[in-house]
Design a protein around this ligand. Structure first.
Ligand SMILES: Nc1nc2c(ncn2[C@@H]2O[C@H](COP(=O)(O)OP(=O)(O)O)[C@@H](O)[C@H]2O)c(=O)[nH]1
Ligand SMILES: [Mg+2]
Ligand SMILES: [Zn+2]
Length: 300
């Protein structure tokens, strides 16, 4: 038995976890201890492991996580790329805003990507998302607009792409990593199995970092598993920050109250109407959530 080493889990399939250790990718089994503790190693986990005399690896411990997502199962993300197409399918600002908020509240930096700019004018989206304090990219795999900037954004980070089926995630990943050949919409339609893609999450090396492909997961999965407390919800909307604490009532929910500085800012055009609408819709969804319902998806 060799000494314990540490490495990064890139994927888990069929009971094996593939751990990057310098140049090597070592397949490891999880010991019974993990099942007993009901923790599963996720892609993105830093783990301690040993390798026996036959070269078989065993996971010994998952090191503390900085953050994690439940669906898709990923740990220690630096950035969550929230991907929507400007058209085909039409974007939903509510889903975009929920996903941004989920990332913010987990201390994962959200990065916005709008794809298929060759299909439709994106000026409305530029107006809404240009002013919220997040890095935003408009890209097209057809015209190659924005591809170099996007590649630079991935450098040195562990990132995940999220977005609904058909927005162009796999197409983007294939373009960003020419050595990769992921199945895209066109091919899966031809094979008639678009809806039956596997659900294994894998980190791929890119630009001195890693990016996760999350086939079979959609932004809706993140939304469903990441519940918020109503008090923390404003933290999911960066552009509200200057106005928080300025409302007449300290208990202001920023949904309807007199003297609300957030509502006044929206009225004055300093906060986009669709962003405020998303906030209010989310507030109404979470205001009756109980503490026990939250505990399952908390980081700590
Ligand atoms: N016009 C246009 N179509 C695109 C672009 N990117 C992807 N597509 C098409 O959109 C469809 C879905 O792409 P895919 O990468 O499979 O989406 P995913 O489900 O998010 O992985 C495919 O038919 C792609 O060819 C783009 O920039 N412009
Ligand atoms: Mg795909
Ligand atoms: Zn208020």
């Amino acid at each position: 038995m060799q000494a314990e080493r540490t490495g990064l889990v890139l994927k888990g399939i069929g009971g094996f976890y593939y751990v990057q250790d310098g140049e090597n990718l070592i397949s490891c089994r999880a010991r019974g201890k993990f099942r007993k503790d009901r923790v599963s190693p996720y892609a993105g986990d830093h783990v301690r492991f040993t390798v026996d005399e036959n070269g078989e690896g065993y996971l010994a411990e998952i090191l503390p996580r900085r953050n994690f997502l439940v669906r898709p199962p990923l740990a220690n993300l630096d950035k969550l790329f929230v991907i929507s197409s400007v058209s085909d399918p039409q974007p939903s600002t509510l889903i975009i805003d929920k996903t941004i908020a989920a990332a913010e509240l987990k201390n994962i930096e959200p990065v916005l990507v709008f794809t298929k700019t060759d299909l439709e004018d994106a000026s409305v989206l530029r107006e809404i998302y240009g002013g919220i304090g997040l890095r935003t990219y408009f890209v097209s795999a057809e015209s190659s607009e924005g591809m170099d900037a996007l590649r630079a954004e991935l450098a040195g980070c562990i990132s995940a792409f999220t977005g609904n089926s058909g927005v162009g995630k796999s197409t983007l990943l294939n373009r960003l990593m020419p050595q990769l050949v992921l199945e895209t919409g066109e091919i899966s339609r031809k094979l008639g199995r678009g809806r039956h893609t596997t659900r294994h999450v894998e980190l791929y090396p890119v630009e001195n970092g890693y990016v996760a492909d999350t086939p079979g997961f959609s932004t809706l999965d993140i939304e469903r598993y990441e519940l918020f407390r109503k008090e923390e919800l404003p933290g999911g909307f960066r552009e509200f920050e200057p106005y928080l604490g300025q409302c007449r009532f300290s208990s202001c929910s920023h949904t309807c109250e007199k003297g609300c500085a957030v509502l006044a800012a929206a009225q004055a055009g300093k906060i986009a109407r669709s962003r405020l609408e998303s906030y209010i819709a989310m507030y109404n969804e979470v205001k009756d959530i109980r503490e026990w319902q939250l505990s399952k998806t908390r980081n700590v």
